[in-house]
Every structure is written in C-alpha cells, then in structure tokens.
Design a protein. Structure first.
Length: 330
C-alpha cells in the first residue's frame, strides 16, 4: 500500500524559507524498517545545521530527527515493536518532519502509556543527549555528588533536562543563559547557579562560585563563541565536552593551549555514536523513561507549532526566542 503524507522537504540549503510542505508517497517498510504515523515531531538545533548545509546531507532532504506516534507496519526481522504500538525515537536518517514515514527500526522504542506523544517528541533526542553527557561523557575520575559542572544554554530543551538530571545526581550545575528570565527558568529546574552571559563574565563568575578552582567539566553546545572561554573555566585535567555549534563551528586551535591551561581534555561528542545498536538505544531510553515517569525530570514543552509553520519555528529557535522543548504537530 502506498499513501501520501504531508512532509517538510528542502531542495536546497539555506534559511527557513527553503522548507516546503509537500505531499510525498509513503510505502511499505522493508527488512529492518517500520512505518510510523507521527502524533508529534521534535525541533532541535541539529535540524538548523542540516537545513543550512553545515551538516551535509544529500538533497532533496526531509528534516527532523525526533518523533513519536503509532507504528503502522513493520518489515521483516523487526520484533521489538509491532503494529499498533505507541513508539518514539531519536534517529538517523532525518525525516521526522512528516505525518508519516518509513524508517530504520533500530532506534525506535516502545513508548510507555503514561508518557504523552508531545512529551516524547520533545524529550527523546534531548533527553538521550543529557543521558550520554552526564552518565558517559565524564572527566578524569568521573563525577561525584557535590561536583560543579558548567552547562551552556541551560534554559533550552537539552539544558532544562540537564538541570533536573544533574540535581538528581547531586551535581552542582552552573548554567549560562542569555537573559535574566532564562536564568530564573534554569534555577527553577534545578541549576545550582545561573549566569546571564550578556551581562556577566561567565569565566569570572565560575571562578567565584568554585572558589577559584574551576569546574571538572564544561558541556558546550554553543561552539565558536564560547569554546576558548569554556577552557578557562576548567580546573587542571578538566574536560570540555563540545556537543554542538549553535554559534558556528569551533575554529582550529593549537593543542599546546590545552597543556598551558592545565593538561585539559577536549572531546567532540555526538548522540548517534551512543545509539549504534538497538540494545544501547533501549538501555538509554529505559533510563530516560525512568526519570521522566518518576518526575525526576519534567519535560517542558514551551512551544507548539503546526507542521506547516515550521519556518516560523526555525526562525524563533535561531533567534533564541524559545525555551525548553519545541514540538511540531502534524
């Protein structure tokens, strides 16, 4: 059976205006695939990178890495979900900006009945990102309760989940954000400290908060604008975990800088390395579901847009006018 689904596609890289709503055929899943009908789709900064070509993909391209809905059909070899199951995912390849799609089944997991579709669409990529950062992307000696960590963009979708999860782990999360309102939001969600980077020197404040020692780890999704100053926030042997580049890619730098600043470590982390098997995906998702169902982490869906209004959603995201998670409603 082949039907059509309203889908957001780009035929060229560029600004929000290149995204077009088109009807595309949706066929039957092949081996290792499934067909899912979305109830909600997630919006993430990686979608912007892919729309602009900063992360290159073949054209034409359907955007979107995160969604939740009902499994309609499964292909040969797919046994962990079945037609009629509620399901959610963060997955390659892109394609979530659609009413329905055929996709690899590996990173799709069954969604517990007590987690709403829009909540799932706003938490899968973001929550799994926080899971691998706070639980797997660790400085030398790991993290212990009471340790300070610095988390940029603390009022965004990833950031608000990180504030709550870090508090649950006993960590002292220092968050940065671009307004006093966003700083208050981070504090309300569990940040121990919040720094308005537009009015305060975040390096000086981090040193003040930590008694001059610096933090063990910086989680940085901003990139170019924060990279060098993030290094200045680290104590000796500290780790800078770069996992995004909202302000642009980090330019080349001299490795000797790391020696001069205290034998520092730097990693460029990505979620999909951690989601390389179905078993890893399921284990990470189970841990995320546990903290959400127990209300250790509450997912804040602060913006909802119709799928057809995706250009406005991208504009608001890039203008830093959003907080928490954003979902698109097909």
């Amino acid at each position: 059976m082949t039907s059509t689904a309203q889908t957001i596609r780009i035929d060229e890289f560029g600004g929000p205006e290149v995204m077009k709503l088109v009807a595309l055929p949706v066929g039957e899943p092949g081996p290792g695939q499934l067909r899912i009908r979305h109830h909600a789709c997630g919006l993430n900064y990686i979608d912007v990178y892919q729309r602009t070509g900063a992360y290159a993909n073949p054209l034409p391209l359907v955007l979107g890495m995160e969604g939740a809905g009902i499994v309609e059909a499964v292909g040969e070899g797919v046994t962990h979900v079945k037609p009629g199951d509620r399901a959610a995912y963060a997955s390659n390849p892109p394609g979530a900006y659609s009413e329905a799609r055929v996709m690899p089944a590996m990173n799709v997991v069954r969604l517990p009945d007590d987690i709403a579709f829009d909540t799932a669409a706003g938490m899968m990529l973001k929550g799994l990102t926080v899971q691998y950062l706070l639980k797997k992307t660790l400085p030398q000696g790991g993290l212990q309760p009471g340790d300070h960590v610095l988390f940029h963009a603390a009022a965004g979708g990833v950031g608000l989940i990180a504030c709550q999860w870090a508090r649950h782990l006993g960590l002292q999360l220092i968050g940065t954000a671009g307004s006093d309102e966003k700083c208050r939001l981070a504090l309300e969600h569990g940040a121990a400290h919040a720094i308005n980077y537009r009015s305060e020197d975040f390096v000086a404040r981090v040193k003040e908060i930590t008694g001059g020692k610096g933090v063990k780890v910086v989680y940085d999704s901003i990139g170019k604008d924060t990279f060098e100053r993030s290094l200045d926030c680290l104590r000796p042997f500290g780790l800078l975990a770069s996992f995004g580049n909202a302000s642009g890619p980090v330019p080349p730098f001299a490795l000797g800088t790391l020696a001069a600043k205290g034998s520092l470590y730097v990693t460029r982390a990505t979620l999909f390395t951690h989601l390389a098997s179905r078993e890893n995906t399921q284990a990470m998702a189970d841990e995320l579901f546990e903290v959400v169902r127990g209300e250790t982490v509450k997912v804040r869906i602060a913006q909802r847009y119709a799928l057809a209004d995706v250009a406005r959603a991208h504009h608001d995201l890039e203008a830093r006018q959003t907080t928490g998670s954003t979902v698109l409603m097909p």
